[in-house]
Design a binder for this molecule. Structure first.
Ligand SMILES: *[C@@H]1O[C@H](CO)[C@@H](O)[C@H](O)[C@H]1NC(C)=O
Ligand SMILES: *[C@@H]1O[C@H](CO)[C@@H](O)[C@H](O)[C@H]1NC(C)=O
Length: 424
């Protein structure tokens, strides 16, 4: 007999809840509290071979944690504060004021010794390329030692604080392996295909302005039900953060030190050097044995082909893909759209309103890319903001700040412009 009332009551309550806060779970709460993760990022205890790494993780864009992989890197044991201070205390580094990234923080330059004296108390974050003299202590993992990865190492960066850093939600247009020497990190990671959920708003096109401590679901409604993966890193772990995956990184102390390596995204594995490489049977090799320089990585035609996944696409899909690859506000307004539509027509030689992989391959898209660069500089290229930290990552099925290393003893590896932010 109470059954009747009950039935009425439940739908009412349900309606009430769903209109007042059903859609706003986690509104103004930290990123990640809006919806539970789809799962954790896969963890492996064995490091795969370069070919396996490419086939299973790089190509499909799938994050993975290599448990304990960094414990063999000399820096893992060696780089205590005392050691760093006595050996590299005079080396100067860029240090950011403020551990919460907003891409407009002050940067200042100080000797490592000075940083080490004050980082435990201050709201500062050292984010800077590892200078050459420190690279003997950093190892590249086996999975990068052939196949062409080491031909395009782009930058290796140190991320050092007392914990409590928070990156913006962003992506990098290159692949990344981040190894943690001290502390723990947590990453919120979203597949690169989920553009509909992650609003990458201005100013530089590769990050979201959402406040990661207080997510405004009215401004960023896609985050209410974004499918995300969680990565937990402990000291000694390395995380692969795939090209273009969205990620947000939090670090915990009392001492947090990570070192990452960025490498150009490869569309093909080149096994030529796997046979004769001096590293072919090695588990690790010191970073100091390789060149680390900014290189271009694949151009627009290859990136477009990769996104097309072997299928013809229409104009709308073409515009969407280019928009995501190009990162330019300007390109996506009025005139830019017209230019892209013209390019689409040029590529579509059989005029069936679709462009096929063959048509892209036979087109002059590489020349158009040059023109686009002049007319519509990519937002990240234009403004090299300061250093930000970043890096991080997710599971499956998924720059720009220039750092002037002027004061570091060798300033040849400036890794500019690859879009970094807090993560790793
Ligand atoms: C960015 O962070 C710095 C350091 O915490 C702060 O001084 C500055 O006001 C922040 N800028 C914005 C736009 O929030
Ligand atoms: C593959 O790598 C070798 C060097 O190891 C290089 O000579 C060759 O040009 C590369 N092939 C392609 C297709 O990039």
């Amino acid at each position: 007999m109470s059954g009747k009332n009950f039935c009425l009551f439940i739908p009412l309550l349900f309606t009430l809840c769903s209109t007042t806060n059903g859609d706003l779970t986690g509104h103004l709460q930290p990123l990640g509290s809006q919806v539970p993760p789809v799962g954790d990022v896969l963890t492996l205890t064995e490091i795969p071979s370069p070919q396996e790494f490419f086939d299973q993780f790089v190509k499909p864009g799938k994050p993975v944690v290599f448990k304990g992989a960094a414990t063999k890197t000399p820096a893992y044991e060696l780089w205590t504060d005392d050691y760093l201070s006595s050996k590299f205390g005079e080396v100067k580094f860029d240090v950011e004021e403020g551990k919460k990234e907003n891409r407009s923080r002050e940067l200042f330059n100080m000797p490592l010794g000075e940083f080490l004296k004050s980082y435990k108390e201050k709201d500062i974050y050292l984010v800077a390329s590892v200078p050459k003299i420190m690279r003997d202590d950093i190892y590249l993992l086996k999975c990068l030692l052939c196949g062409g990865f080491t031909d395009e190492l782009q930058d290796s960066v140190m991320w050092f604080s007392n914990g409590g850093t928070k990156s913006v939600l962003h992506y990098d247009a290159i692949d990344n392996i981040n190894c943690l020497m001290s502390g723990t990190k947590e990453l919120f990671m979203v597949h690169k295909k989920e553009h509909a959920h992650v609003l990458i708003d201005k100013p530089d096109g590769s990050f979201s302005k959402v406040d990661v401590d207080k997510v405004d679901l009215q401004k960023y409604p896609g985050l209410a039900d974004v499918p995300w993966y969680k990565a937990n890193m402990e000291a000694g772990d390395c995380l692969f953060i795939p090209y273009r995956w969205f990620h947000q990184v939090r670090s915990y102390g009392p001492r947090n030190l990570a070192i990452n390596i960025w490498f150009a995204h490869k569309l093909e594995f080149n096994s030529t050097d796997c046979e004769e490489s001096p590293y072919k049977d090695k588990q690790f090799a010191p970073l100091s044995e390789f060149e680390v320089t900014e290189s271009l990585g694949p151009g627009l035609p290859l990136l477009l082909l990769d996104e097309m996944e072997q299928k013809p696409i229409d104009e709308e899909k073409f515009l969407e893909i280019i928009k995501n690859l190009w990162n330019s506000e300007k390109l996506m307004k009025g005139e830019g759209i017209e230019v892209l539509k013209e390019i689409f027509k040029e590529i579509d030689t059989n005029e069936d309103s679709l462009i096929s992989p063959e048509e892209v391959t036979g087109s002059s898209l590489d020349e158009y890319e040059q023109e686009l660069m002049e007319l519509f500089p990519r937002d990240g290229d234009e403004d090299d903001g300061e250093g930000d930290e970043d890096d991080g990552e997710g599971d499956d099925d998924g720059g720009d700040d220039f750092k002037d290393e002027g004061d570091v003893e060798d300033d040849d590896d400036e890794n500019a412009d690859i879009g970094r932010h807090e993560d790793l």
